[in-house]
Structure formats: structure tokens, C-alpha cells
Ligand binder design. Structure first.
Ligand code: UDX
Length: 429
């Protein structure tokens, strides 16, 4: 099949490479010339495990190419995916200007019977708007569909090759047949539904997961008041099959490019359709307030951060990515500096990206032990595997005494850490 992928951000590059690996002829399109040049040379402009290998393999097989020309990408394509960014508008709703611009630019080159698929996260009703834009600029017959993306950063290639399900939001039989055939090699869990349902399912999935994290963080707050251990509570409830043990580790709240934005979007969308009293507004509020609230608590624990040296392990928003969007470090580090601390920081992949977003006073090191040297407090912010077996004996020798270990991901046995003379502070335990 001949496929065009508009937008070479995270989802665009992964999707293009995976469809090319399945043997399709894929052209990736972006207006950013530097990105297209880099991708054409087999270089991914961000860190994502396994992506560069599959990109290079599919470029070499000539199944994949990149261009900045709409004409080149669209005029041959049977299926056109729109995967451009949808930044937040001032009212919190998704700003669809890039989606609409892509629709306008692709329209003149669309071939007869082409299928335009929206993969960007967009509110219900967007397909009709996109179809109207295209209709004005072409006389060919085309259809639109919604196939939302559920991949996670850090495991994006695996998630795309092995999705839990694929949603095909379409009503036209030919469109459903073509998109089903395209996705069949990836999974047999293909669910056909209305485009509006597919779009609502995407928002619902992300908001549900964000809500789940917010819920366990609320339970963690209570555990801190009464001596319970939230990790034991998770075991206690998770064996109930309706609840499950997965995907609710407590911490500093959810971050990344999707959850914070999608929760704000569904909250704003609810308001726009007259549902003013929504749970979504509260989830967003609780998550926004989480870090400031915990920082006050840590401030009391260590007797104030003024004059203290603090080591921070983990700058990305989660492990296996150098994406720092809504990363805890972006709130924690400025807070520490504002409260008089000196900050030393490290990350396996995100130092270069983080540097330009953090105060200039921060000093960076490549190694957790170098980072910890002379520190009074060590913040374990992100559960990179590089930090999963820290040598506490060595850390204790390098750090000022008394030393504090703040384990924001509950990665360590408190007793093990305390044995080495640290004051241990986890979340909800
Ligand atoms: C998420 C969705 O999982 C994915 O399906 C969607 O397509 C995009 O958004 P991603 O943002 O890459 O993916 O990361 P994810 O691993 O889901 O984590 C999101 C945030 O929640 C991170 O800040 C993570 O640390 C936090 N989180 C996750 C928790 O605090 N606790 C958890 O139990 C799980």
C-alpha cells in the first residue's frame, strides 16, 4: 500500500517506520527541513529505543523516504495519515491549526478514493471539519477516518508493532476494509466504530489512566498520615480482578506530552459543551498542585533547603526517553533554587535537552555518584534502570551527613536505605 505520513514528530516517525517495516511504501512529510534532512540520513532527532535501527533498516530497503513536498508525498498515496501536533489553546482545548493546515495543503494533491486518517488527538467533530476543508479544494472522492494512537514513549516501537487494540473510527465500508487490512498484521483486536467514539476512546483512556494515578496519589497522602504503606495497599486492592495491580505507582504526579494536556483538553471540551462541573478539572488541579505540596513537606523534613546541596537523579519525564515535557525536574529544580539550594543533576539521556529549560545555576554530571558528591539531599526523581541498584554505602561516603534520600518512585526498600544512615522518604509510606 502507498502511504503518506504528515508530521514527523514522535508518532509520525514511529508510524512511518513501522508501516515501512511491514512492506508498505511510506513517504514521511514535514515542513521542517532540518528534521527531514536528519531523518533521510537515518538519524532520529530525539531518543527512543529501537527507533533508529528500524528507521535505518526501512530507509535501506527503500520502503521509506522523507520529503518536504506535499505533492511528492500525497499524489501517490492511498492512505494519508495526519499526525501533526495539537498544542493547547489558551482556553485549554486542542488548537487544531496544524491539523487544518495539513488538510488544506494536502487537498490539491489527493488521489481518487484516498483515505485521510487523523491520528493526532483531536476532539469529536474534527473529521467533519477536516473533510469540509478538503472538499473545497478538490473534486476527487475521498473519505476520512480516525485511528487514534496509544503508544507510550520509551516503548513506542514495541507498542506500535504490538498494540493492545486498534480503533478504526469510520463508517464507509471501503475505508473500513482498507484500514482493517493495513492494521491486521499488527493485531487481531481491531475495533470498528464511529469516528467520534474513537476520538472519545482516546481521551477516555488517557484521562482514566491519569485519574488512576491521581487516585493512588490521594491514597498515598492518607497513608502518610496514618502509618499505612501505599505499596501494601496496592497489593491489598490489586488482587481484586476488577482493579488490578498494574499502572498505579504513586509519585510526583503524571507528566509527559499527553496526560497533562489531554486532561486539560477534556476538561475544557466538557465546559464548551455545557458540562461545567467535571471530574477532569479536579484531576488536573490535584496534579498541578502535587509537586508544590510535596516540596513543602520535603522542606520541613530536611529543615529547609537554604544553603543545602541537592542531587537530582532523572530529568526526563519518565525512563527511556529524553523528552522533558512536564517532567517533575522542571518544577522540582526551580523550586529548590528559589528556596536557596544548590542543585547538581544527572540523567542518562536528557541532560542536553533539559539544560536550556532549567536555571543556569544547575551543574550537570554524567554519573549518579559524581552528582551525589557533597550533597545533603538526594532526589530520586525518575526510575531509570541506571538508578535501580544504587550503592548506598558509596553514596553515604560521598554525601554530607546526615543525608536524606527522597525516593519519589518508591524504588527502594526503606530499611535498606536507612541501614546506611540515610533518612528515607518515599511516597505514601
Ligand atoms: C501515555 C499513554 O500511556 C499512552 O497510551 C498515550 O498514547 C500517550 O500518553 P506516555 O506519556 O508516553 O504515554 O507515558 P506513560 O508511561 O503512560 O506515563 C505518563 C506519566 O504518568 C508519566 O509521568 C509517568 O511517570 C506517570 N505514571 C505512570 C505514574 O505516575 N504512575 C503510574 O503508575 C504510571
Amino acid at each position: 500500500m502507498k502511504i503518506a505520513c504528515i508530521g514527523t514528530g514522535f508518532v509520525g516517525v514511529v508510524t512511518s517506520a513501522v508501516f515501512a517495516k511491514l512492506g508498505h511504501q511510506v513517504v514521511g512529510l514535514d515542513i521542517d527541513e532540518a528534521k527531514i534532512k536528519s531523518l533521510s540520513q537515518g538519524k532520529v532527532p530525539f531518543f527512543e529505543p529501537d527507533l533508529e535501527e528500524i528507521l535505518q533498516e526501512t530507509l535501506a530497503s527503500n520502503n521509506l523516504s522523507f520529503t518536504t513536498s506535499y505533492q511528492e508525498a500525497i499524489s501517490q498515496a492511498e492512505v494519508v495519515f495526519i499526525m501533526v501536533g495539537t498544542p493547547s489553546a489558551p482556553d485549554g482545548q486542542a488548537d487544531l491549526k496544524y491539523v487544518f493546515a495539513a488538510a488544506k495543503d494536502l487537498a490539491p494533491y489527493l488521489q481518487e478514493k484516498a483515505i485521510v486518517v487523523i491520528k493526532s488527538t483531536v476532539p469529536p467533530g474534527t473529521n467533519q471539519k477536516v473533510a469540509q476543508i478538503i472538499q473545497k479544494l478538490t473534486s476527487v472522492q475521498f473519505t476520512t477516518a480516525s485511528v487514534p494512537e496509544f503508544l507510550k514513549e520509551g516503548s513506542a516501537v514495541h507498542d506500535t508493532l504490538h498494540p493492545d487494540r486498534v480503533l478504526i473510527g469510520a463508517t464507509d465500508p471501503y475505508t473500513i476494509e482498507v484500514l482493517t487490512k493495513l492494521h491486521q498484521p499488527l493485531t487481531n483486536k481491531i475495533l470498528v466504530m464511529k469516528p467520534e467514539s474513537a476520538q472519545m476512546a482516546k481521551y477516555s483512556a488517557n484521562t482514566y489512566l491519569a485519574q488512576r494515578i491521581t487516585f493512588i496519589n490521594q491514597i498515598a497522602n492518607l497513608c502518610e498520615k496514618n502509618g499505612a504503606d501505599v505499596q501494601e495497599v496496592i497489593q491489598g486492592i490489586g488482587h481484586d480482578k476488577r482493579i488490578g495491580l498494574h499502572y498505579w505507582y504513586p509519585g510526583l504526579g503524571y507528566g509527559g506530552s499527553c496526560f497533562p494536556k489531554d486532561v486539560k483538553e477534556i476538561a475544557a471540551y466538557s465546559k464548551s459543551v455545557g458540562e461545567t462541573d467535571s471530574l477532569f478539572i479536579k484531576i488536573d488541579e490535584l496534579n498541578e498542585n502535587r509537586i508544590p505540596r510535596l516540596m513543602e513537606k520535603y522542606n520541613q523534613l530536611v529543615g529547609g533547603f537554604t544553603g543545602k546541596t541537592v542531587a537530582v537523579l532523572g530529568l526526563s519525564f519518565k525512563p527511556n526517553t529524553n523528552d522533558i515535557r512536564e517532567a517533575p525536574a522542571l518544577k522540582v529544580i526551580p523550586w529548590l533554587i528559589d528556596h536557596g539550594a544548590q542543585v547538581r543533576a544527572t540523567d542518562p539521556q536528557a541532560i542536553e535537552v533539559a539544560r536550556s529549560h532549567l536555571p543556569s545555576q544547575v551543574t550537570y554530571f554524567n554519573d549518579p555518584y559524581e552528582t551525589a558528591k557533597t550533597s545533603h539531599v538526594l532526589f530520586h526523581l525518575i526510575e531509570w534502570s541506571d538508578y535501580s541498584h544504587l550503592d548506598f554505602k558509596r553514596l553515604a561516603q560521598l554525601m554530607h551527613q546526615p543525608a536524606y534520600f527522597i525516593d519519589t518512585r518508591n524504588q527502594y526498600d526503606p530499611q535498606l536505605v536507612q541501614q546506611h544512615g540515610f533518612t528515607y522518604q518515599g511516597v505514601g509510606r
